[in-house]
Design a protein around this ligand. Structure first.
Ligand code: NAD
Length: 314
Protein backbone atom coordinates (compact mmCIF):
# COMPACT_ATOMS: atom_id res chain seq x y z
CA UNK A 1 0.00 0.00 0.00
CA UNK A 2 1.41 3.35 -1.07
CA UNK A 3 -1.64 5.41 -0.19
CA UNK A 4 -0.49 7.39 2.84
CA UNK A 5 -0.11 10.64 0.98
CA UNK A 6 -3.44 10.89 -0.85
CA UNK A 7 -5.76 13.55 0.54
CA UNK A 8 -9.54 13.26 0.68
CA UNK A 9 -12.31 15.86 0.72
CA UNK A 10 -16.04 15.63 1.44
CA UNK A 11 -18.27 15.70 -1.63
CA UNK A 12 -21.03 18.19 -0.82
CA UNK A 13 -23.69 16.76 1.50
CA UNK A 14 -23.16 13.16 0.37
CA UNK A 15 -20.72 12.43 3.23
CA UNK A 16 -18.58 10.64 0.63
CA UNK A 17 -14.87 11.21 1.28
CA UNK A 18 -13.34 11.37 -2.19
CA UNK A 19 -9.67 11.43 -3.13
CA UNK A 20 -8.69 14.89 -4.39
CA UNK A 21 -7.44 13.26 -7.60
CA UNK A 22 -9.82 10.71 -9.05
CA UNK A 23 -9.92 8.41 -12.06
CA UNK A 24 -11.91 9.12 -15.22
CA UNK A 25 -12.32 5.91 -17.17
CA UNK A 26 -13.24 7.29 -20.60
CA UNK A 27 -9.73 6.43 -21.79
CA UNK A 28 -10.58 2.75 -21.18
CA UNK A 29 -13.07 3.11 -24.05
CA UNK A 30 -10.19 4.09 -26.40
CA UNK A 31 -11.54 7.62 -26.84
CA UNK A 32 -8.01 9.08 -26.81
CA UNK A 33 -6.55 6.34 -29.03
CA UNK A 34 -6.46 2.53 -29.03
CA UNK A 35 -5.55 0.98 -25.70
CA UNK A 36 -4.16 -2.29 -24.52
CA UNK A 37 -6.97 -3.71 -22.37
CA UNK A 38 -4.68 -5.36 -19.84
CA UNK A 39 -2.79 -2.05 -19.43
CA UNK A 40 -6.12 -0.29 -18.92
CA UNK A 41 -7.07 -2.77 -16.21
CA UNK A 42 -3.67 -2.35 -14.57
CA UNK A 43 -4.22 1.42 -14.59
CA UNK A 44 -7.34 0.93 -12.45
CA UNK A 45 -5.47 -1.30 -9.96
CA UNK A 46 -2.63 1.24 -9.83
CA UNK A 47 -5.08 4.08 -9.19
CA UNK A 48 -6.72 2.23 -6.29
CA UNK A 49 -3.34 1.21 -4.89
CA UNK A 50 -2.28 4.86 -4.87
CA UNK A 51 -5.29 5.88 -2.80
CA UNK A 52 -7.64 7.03 -5.56
CA UNK A 53 -11.10 5.97 -4.44
CA UNK A 54 -13.42 7.64 -6.95
CA UNK A 55 -13.95 6.33 -10.50
CA UNK A 56 -16.19 7.83 -13.18
CA UNK A 57 -17.38 6.20 -16.40
CA UNK A 58 -20.32 6.23 -18.83
CA UNK A 59 -22.03 3.86 -21.27
CA UNK A 60 -21.16 6.45 -23.94
CA UNK A 61 -17.37 6.11 -23.58
CA UNK A 62 -16.22 3.82 -26.37
CA UNK A 63 -19.89 2.90 -26.87
CA UNK A 64 -19.97 0.64 -23.75
CA UNK A 65 -16.31 -0.43 -24.03
CA UNK A 66 -15.10 1.71 -21.10
CA UNK A 67 -17.73 0.27 -18.74
CA UNK A 68 -16.96 -3.26 -19.92
CA UNK A 69 -13.19 -2.92 -19.38
CA UNK A 70 -13.72 -1.14 -16.04
CA UNK A 71 -16.07 -3.97 -14.96
CA UNK A 72 -13.31 -6.51 -15.59
CA UNK A 73 -11.02 -4.51 -13.31
CA UNK A 74 -13.34 -3.66 -10.44
CA UNK A 75 -14.76 -7.15 -10.08
CA UNK A 76 -11.40 -7.99 -8.46
CA UNK A 77 -11.47 -5.03 -6.04
CA UNK A 78 -13.51 -5.06 -2.79
CA UNK A 79 -16.60 -2.93 -3.45
CA UNK A 80 -16.03 -0.73 -0.39
CA UNK A 81 -12.63 0.38 -1.72
CA UNK A 82 -14.08 2.66 -4.40
CA UNK A 83 -16.91 5.06 -5.11
CA UNK A 84 -18.37 4.45 -8.56
CA UNK A 85 -20.05 7.00 -10.80
CA UNK A 86 -21.59 6.21 -14.16
CA UNK A 87 -24.09 7.99 -16.37
CA UNK A 88 -27.25 7.65 -18.42
CA UNK A 89 -28.86 9.53 -21.28
CA UNK A 90 -26.03 9.72 -23.82
CA UNK A 91 -25.24 6.68 -25.94
CA UNK A 92 -23.49 8.05 -29.04
CA UNK A 93 -22.23 11.28 -30.52
CA UNK A 94 -25.77 12.22 -31.50
CA UNK A 95 -27.72 9.61 -29.57
CA UNK A 96 -29.52 11.00 -26.52
CA UNK A 97 -32.45 9.49 -24.63
CA UNK A 98 -33.35 10.86 -21.21
CA UNK A 99 -36.75 9.14 -21.04
CA UNK A 100 -37.64 7.32 -17.86
CA UNK A 101 -37.86 3.96 -19.66
CA UNK A 102 -34.39 4.25 -21.21
CA UNK A 103 -32.74 5.46 -17.99
CA UNK A 104 -34.09 2.47 -16.05
CA UNK A 105 -32.85 0.08 -18.76
CA UNK A 106 -29.53 1.91 -19.00
CA UNK A 107 -28.81 1.57 -15.27
CA UNK A 108 -29.51 -2.18 -15.40
CA UNK A 109 -27.20 -2.54 -18.41
CA UNK A 110 -24.45 -0.54 -16.66
CA UNK A 111 -24.74 -2.71 -13.53
CA UNK A 112 -24.27 -5.81 -15.70
CA UNK A 113 -21.27 -4.41 -17.59
CA UNK A 114 -19.70 -3.07 -14.40
CA UNK A 115 -20.28 -6.40 -12.64
CA UNK A 116 -21.63 -4.73 -9.53
CA UNK A 117 -25.00 -4.41 -7.82
CA UNK A 118 -25.14 -0.68 -7.08
CA UNK A 119 -23.83 2.59 -8.42
CA UNK A 120 -22.77 5.29 -6.00
CA UNK A 121 -23.52 8.29 -8.21
CA UNK A 122 -25.61 8.31 -11.37
CA UNK A 123 -25.11 11.37 -13.56
CA UNK A 124 -27.38 12.35 -16.42
CA UNK A 125 -24.82 12.69 -19.22
CA UNK A 126 -24.43 15.93 -21.22
CA UNK A 127 -27.91 17.26 -20.56
CA UNK A 128 -27.34 20.46 -22.57
CA UNK A 129 -28.21 18.47 -25.71
CA UNK A 130 -31.87 18.09 -24.73
CA UNK A 131 -34.72 20.04 -23.18
CA UNK A 132 -33.97 20.81 -19.53
CA UNK A 133 -37.73 20.52 -18.91
CA UNK A 134 -37.48 16.80 -19.62
CA UNK A 135 -34.47 16.51 -17.29
CA UNK A 136 -36.33 18.29 -14.50
CA UNK A 137 -39.74 16.68 -14.89
CA UNK A 138 -38.93 13.16 -16.14
CA UNK A 139 -35.26 12.16 -15.76
CA UNK A 140 -34.54 13.42 -12.23
CA UNK A 141 -37.77 11.92 -10.81
CA UNK A 142 -36.70 8.60 -12.40
CA UNK A 143 -33.33 8.81 -10.67
CA UNK A 144 -35.07 9.50 -7.36
CA UNK A 145 -37.07 6.27 -7.89
CA UNK A 146 -33.88 4.33 -8.65
CA UNK A 147 -32.40 5.79 -5.47
CA UNK A 148 -35.36 4.48 -3.48
CA UNK A 149 -34.92 1.07 -5.12
CA UNK A 150 -31.28 1.00 -3.91
CA UNK A 151 -29.71 0.73 -7.37
CA UNK A 152 -28.05 4.12 -7.04
CA UNK A 153 -27.06 6.09 -3.95
CA UNK A 154 -26.72 9.65 -5.24
CA UNK A 155 -27.83 11.60 -8.28
CA UNK A 156 -26.24 14.29 -10.42
CA UNK A 157 -25.96 15.90 -13.82
CA UNK A 158 -23.05 16.47 -16.17
CA UNK A 159 -22.33 18.70 -19.13
CA UNK A 160 -20.24 21.57 -20.45
CA UNK A 161 -22.15 24.88 -20.12
CA UNK A 162 -22.19 26.07 -16.52
CA UNK A 163 -25.68 27.47 -17.01
CA UNK A 164 -27.24 23.97 -16.90
CA UNK A 165 -26.08 23.48 -13.32
CA UNK A 166 -27.72 26.69 -12.17
CA UNK A 167 -30.98 26.12 -14.02
CA UNK A 168 -31.50 22.50 -12.95
CA UNK A 169 -30.34 22.91 -9.33
CA UNK A 170 -32.81 25.76 -8.87
CA UNK A 171 -35.68 23.37 -9.53
CA UNK A 172 -34.75 19.89 -8.32
CA UNK A 173 -32.53 18.43 -5.59
CA UNK A 174 -29.11 17.26 -6.75
CA UNK A 175 -26.31 15.55 -4.84
CA UNK A 176 -23.51 16.29 -7.32
CA UNK A 177 -22.61 18.06 -10.53
CA UNK A 178 -19.89 16.91 -12.91
CA UNK A 179 -18.32 19.79 -14.82
CA UNK A 180 -15.44 19.48 -17.28
CA UNK A 181 -12.76 21.76 -18.76
CA UNK A 182 -13.89 24.51 -16.38
CA UNK A 183 -11.28 24.38 -13.65
CA UNK A 184 -7.94 24.12 -15.38
CA UNK A 185 -4.92 26.34 -16.01
CA UNK A 186 -6.72 27.78 -19.05
CA UNK A 187 -10.25 28.15 -17.69
CA UNK A 188 -11.46 28.75 -14.13
CA UNK A 189 -15.12 29.38 -14.94
CA UNK A 190 -16.25 26.76 -12.41
CA UNK A 191 -15.47 29.22 -9.62
CA UNK A 192 -18.38 31.39 -10.81
CA UNK A 193 -20.91 28.76 -9.63
CA UNK A 194 -18.92 27.18 -6.81
CA UNK A 195 -20.46 29.20 -3.99
CA UNK A 196 -24.00 28.67 -5.20
CA UNK A 197 -23.46 24.90 -5.45
CA UNK A 198 -21.76 24.78 -2.05
CA UNK A 199 -24.64 26.66 -0.43
CA UNK A 200 -27.01 24.04 -1.81
CA UNK A 201 -24.83 21.21 -0.47
CA UNK A 202 -24.08 19.98 -4.00
CA UNK A 203 -20.74 18.20 -4.41
CA UNK A 204 -18.63 19.53 -7.27
CA UNK A 205 -16.74 17.07 -9.43
CA UNK A 206 -14.18 18.72 -11.69
CA UNK A 207 -13.21 16.73 -14.78
CA UNK A 208 -10.48 17.07 -17.40
CA UNK A 209 -7.64 18.98 -15.67
CA UNK A 210 -5.63 18.59 -18.88
CA UNK A 211 -8.53 20.14 -20.84
CA UNK A 212 -8.97 16.82 -22.69
CA UNK A 213 -5.43 16.98 -24.03
CA UNK A 214 -5.04 20.74 -24.69
CA UNK A 215 -2.61 20.93 -21.78
CA UNK A 216 -0.40 18.02 -22.87
CA UNK A 217 2.77 17.77 -24.87
CA UNK A 218 1.00 15.31 -27.17
CA UNK A 219 -1.77 17.83 -27.85
CA UNK A 220 -5.54 17.36 -28.17
CA UNK A 221 -7.18 14.54 -30.16
CA UNK A 222 -8.62 15.38 -33.62
CA UNK A 223 -12.18 15.48 -32.26
CA UNK A 224 -11.33 18.16 -29.69
CA UNK A 225 -14.04 20.86 -29.94
CA UNK A 226 -11.97 23.88 -28.84
CA UNK A 227 -11.60 26.84 -31.21
CA UNK A 228 -8.36 27.41 -33.12
CA UNK A 229 -7.62 30.32 -30.78
CA UNK A 230 -7.90 28.16 -27.64
CA UNK A 231 -5.75 25.45 -29.23
CA UNK A 232 -3.12 27.98 -30.32
CA UNK A 233 -2.84 29.70 -26.92
CA UNK A 234 -2.66 26.35 -25.12
CA UNK A 235 0.15 25.27 -27.46
CA UNK A 236 2.04 28.42 -26.47
CA UNK A 237 1.68 27.49 -22.81
CA UNK A 238 2.84 23.92 -23.48
CA UNK A 239 5.90 25.26 -25.28
CA UNK A 240 6.68 27.74 -22.51
CA UNK A 241 6.61 24.96 -19.90
CA UNK A 242 8.88 22.84 -22.07
CA UNK A 243 11.36 25.71 -22.23
CA UNK A 244 11.25 25.90 -18.42
CA UNK A 245 11.92 22.15 -18.21
CA UNK A 246 8.58 21.42 -16.51
CA UNK A 247 5.84 19.14 -17.84
CA UNK A 248 2.66 21.17 -18.31
CA UNK A 249 0.72 18.04 -17.33
CA UNK A 250 2.32 18.27 -13.90
CA UNK A 251 1.43 21.90 -13.38
CA UNK A 252 -2.11 21.34 -14.69
CA UNK A 253 -2.84 18.42 -12.36
CA UNK A 254 -1.30 20.21 -9.37
CA UNK A 255 -3.32 23.37 -10.10
CA UNK A 256 -6.65 21.52 -10.33
CA UNK A 257 -6.31 19.68 -7.01
CA UNK A 258 -4.84 22.60 -5.05
CA UNK A 259 -8.15 24.38 -4.46
CA UNK A 260 -10.00 23.16 -1.34
CA UNK A 261 -13.29 24.36 -2.78
CA UNK A 262 -13.06 21.77 -5.58
CA UNK A 263 -13.44 18.42 -3.78
CA UNK A 264 -12.17 16.15 -6.54
CA UNK A 265 -10.67 16.27 -10.03
CA UNK A 266 -11.11 13.42 -12.51
CA UNK A 267 -8.10 12.75 -14.71
CA UNK A 268 -8.20 10.17 -17.47
CA UNK A 269 -5.58 7.75 -18.75
CA UNK A 270 -5.24 4.09 -19.66
CA UNK A 271 -1.54 4.11 -18.84
CA UNK A 272 -0.46 2.90 -15.37
CA UNK A 273 2.69 5.03 -15.52
CA UNK A 274 0.67 8.16 -16.19
CA UNK A 275 -1.69 7.62 -13.27
CA UNK A 276 1.29 6.96 -10.97
CA UNK A 277 3.00 10.10 -12.24
CA UNK A 278 -0.16 12.16 -11.73
CA UNK A 279 -0.45 11.03 -8.10
CA UNK A 280 3.25 11.61 -7.46
CA UNK A 281 2.93 15.14 -8.85
CA UNK A 282 0.15 16.15 -6.47
CA UNK A 283 2.36 15.18 -3.57
CA UNK A 284 5.02 17.67 -4.69
CA UNK A 285 4.82 21.39 -3.87
CA UNK A 286 3.34 23.53 -6.61
CA UNK A 287 5.53 26.22 -8.21
CA UNK A 288 3.14 29.18 -7.94
CA UNK A 289 5.48 31.53 -9.74
CA UNK A 290 5.43 29.26 -12.77
CA UNK A 291 1.64 28.81 -12.47
CA UNK A 292 1.24 32.58 -12.56
CA UNK A 293 3.48 32.87 -15.63
CA UNK A 294 1.55 30.14 -17.45
CA UNK A 295 -1.82 31.61 -16.42
CA UNK A 296 -0.66 34.95 -17.83
CA UNK A 297 -0.03 33.28 -21.22
CA UNK A 298 -3.45 31.64 -21.02
CA UNK A 299 -5.25 34.77 -19.82
CA UNK A 300 -6.72 35.71 -23.25
CA UNK A 301 -8.74 32.47 -23.25
CA UNK A 302 -9.71 32.23 -19.56
CA UNK A 303 -13.53 32.00 -19.42
CA UNK A 304 -13.59 31.10 -23.16
CA UNK A 305 -15.22 27.80 -24.03
CA UNK A 306 -16.93 26.23 -27.04
CA UNK A 307 -20.66 25.82 -27.63
CA UNK A 308 -22.11 22.46 -26.64
CA UNK A 309 -25.64 21.19 -27.20
CA UNK A 310 -28.67 23.44 -27.60
CA UNK A 311 -28.05 27.14 -27.97
CA UNK A 312 -30.51 28.01 -25.21
CA UNK A 313 -28.60 25.85 -22.72
CA UNK A 314 -25.29 27.71 -23.26
P1 NAD B 1 -8.13 14.87 -19.19
O1 NAD B 1 -8.04 16.34 -19.11
O2 NAD B 1 -8.02 14.08 -17.96
O3 NAD B 1 -7.06 14.43 -20.30
C1 NAD B 1 -6.94 13.12 -20.73
C2 NAD B 1 -5.76 13.03 -21.69
O4 NAD B 1 -4.57 13.34 -20.98
C3 NAD B 1 -5.56 11.62 -22.25
O5 NAD B 1 -5.07 11.71 -23.57
C4 NAD B 1 -4.49 11.04 -21.34
O6 NAD B 1 -3.76 10.00 -21.97
C5 NAD B 1 -3.65 12.26 -21.06
N1 NAD B 1 -2.88 12.16 -19.81
C6 NAD B 1 -3.33 11.87 -18.56
N2 NAD B 1 -2.32 11.88 -17.67
C7 NAD B 1 -1.20 12.19 -18.37
C8 NAD B 1 0.16 12.35 -18.01
N3 NAD B 1 0.61 12.18 -16.76
N4 NAD B 1 1.04 12.67 -18.99
C9 NAD B 1 0.64 12.85 -20.27
N5 NAD B 1 -0.64 12.69 -20.67
C10 NAD B 1 -1.55 12.37 -19.72
O7 NAD B 1 -9.52 14.55 -19.94
P2 NAD B 1 -10.61 13.41 -19.82
O8 NAD B 1 -10.02 12.05 -19.78
O9 NAD B 1 -11.62 13.72 -20.85
O10 NAD B 1 -11.33 13.73 -18.43
C11 NAD B 1 -11.20 12.92 -17.30
C12 NAD B 1 -12.50 12.19 -16.99
O11 NAD B 1 -13.53 13.13 -16.65
C13 NAD B 1 -13.10 11.37 -18.12
O12 NAD B 1 -12.47 10.11 -18.24
C14 NAD B 1 -14.54 11.26 -17.67
O13 NAD B 1 -14.65 10.29 -16.65
C15 NAD B 1 -14.79 12.64 -17.04
N6 NAD B 1 -15.42 13.57 -18.03
C16 NAD B 1 -16.78 13.66 -18.04
C17 NAD B 1 -17.40 14.46 -18.97
C18 NAD B 1 -18.90 14.53 -18.98
O14 NAD B 1 -19.56 13.99 -18.12
N7 NAD B 1 -19.53 15.20 -19.94
C19 NAD B 1 -16.67 15.18 -19.90
C20 NAD B 1 -15.28 15.11 -19.84
C21 NAD B 1 -14.66 14.29 -18.89
Amino acid sequence: MRRMMMKYRTLGNTELEVSILSFGASSLGSVFGEIDESEGIRTVYEAIDLGINFIDVSPYYGLTKAETVLGKAIKNIPRDKFILSTKAGRYGENDFDFSSKRIIKSVDESLTRLQTDYIDILHLHDIEFVSLDQIIHESIPTLLELKKAGKIRFIGISGLPLKIFKVVSEQVPLDTILSYCHYTLNNTGLLTIEEEMRNKGIGIINASPLSMGLLTKKGPPDWHPASDEIKRVCRQAVQFCEEQGVAIEKLAVQFAVANDRIPTTLVGTANPKHIARNVAWIEEPIDMELVNQVREILKPIDQKIWLSGRKENN
